[in-house]
Design a protein around this ligand. Structure first.
Ligand code: ADP
Ligand code: MG
Length: 157
């Protein structure tokens, strides 16, 4: 399959950010890492909420992990680890938080820049940005495998 430019999606309101999260949920499996880039308030936590809720509708509260750094959701068949690395100074702090285990499950990472070299190359990157009155999401795959999966999911239907 040909390589492709990034996939851009306009997010017109919070509901559409939640919906994109739900759409991504259907793509994910054990071992996947989603890096959520974007400024404060861009919608990283909102997208994570939509994603986690779509995986398990019984989960009612999905707090921002700003203070706890990580929240873990024991979802079947695969746990989801939701990180916010804003307050991480040294990537090595992640080792104590179980980052290796997280990468075997499904990991959602806000402020992935702070993971340094621990951030896997085989990841889906989601860049959220303000674009006039709306928000914009830009999806890109870090590897050929992810690029194929994005093409399959977003360009064929
Ligand atoms: N597409 C959107 N349009 C307008 N507001 C949005 C959109 N997506 C999310 N929001 C709102 O933006 C605010 C900040 O979102 P949040 O997900 O906490 O950002 P971040 O985690 O990137 O700091 C929330 O009040 C949320 O409801
Ligand atoms: Mg956040």
């Amino acid at each position: 399959m040909q390589s492709s430019p990034d996939i851009e999606i306009l997010l017109n309101g919070e509901a559409e950010t939640l919906e994109l999260g739900a759409r991504l949920a259907s793509l994910l499996r054990a071992g996947d890492c989603v890096a959520l880039y974007g400024d404060l308030g861009a919608g990283k936590t909102t997208l994570s909420r939509g994603l986690i809720q779509a995986m398990d509708t019984a989960i009612e509260e999905i707090p921002s992990p700003t203070y706890t750094i990580v929240q873990t959701y024991e979802i079947e068949p695969c746990a989801v680890w939701h990180f916010d690395l804003y307050r991480i100074d040294n990537p090595m702090e992640l080792v104590e938080l179980g980052f290796d285990d997280a990468l075997n499950d499904i990991s959602l990472i806000e402020w992935p820049e702070n993971a340094g070299s621990l951030l896997p190359e085989n990841r889906l990157s989601v860049r959220l940005a303000f674009s006039g009155d709306v928000r914009k999401a830009c999806l890109s795959g870090g590897t050929a495998e992810w690029i194929d999966r994005l093409n399959d999911h977003f360009r064929k239907n």
